[in-house]
Design a protein. Structure first.
Length: 78
């Protein structure tokens, strides 16, 4: 599953993630893309609080439209 939260600011990337997680079975892999730098803090915090696993975080400078950094989060549901 892929969630595109590019161009959205806090708290919208986390809210999109929260909505997508509803009803998913355990061990589902999700890829979240965001451009808001606060997502680097907000997403891991949200996942810890809700018992999901952050598998990987990648920052790709200038990979998003407008030369923004693209943050990619790979998540495994619990």
């Amino acid at each position: 599953m892929h969630i595109d939260a590019t161009g959205l600011t806090c708290p919208l990337p986390v809210l999109r993630l929260q909505k997508a997680l509803r009803g998913l079975p355990p061990a589902t892999t999700i890829c979240l893309h965001a451009t808001d730098p606060m997502a680097r803090i907000d997403v891991p915090h949200f996942l810890r609080e809700h018992g999901h696993v952050l598998v990987e975080t990648t920052a790709k400078p200038e990979a998003a439209p407008g030369g923004l950094t693209l943050y990619e989060f790979v998540i495994c549901t619990r």
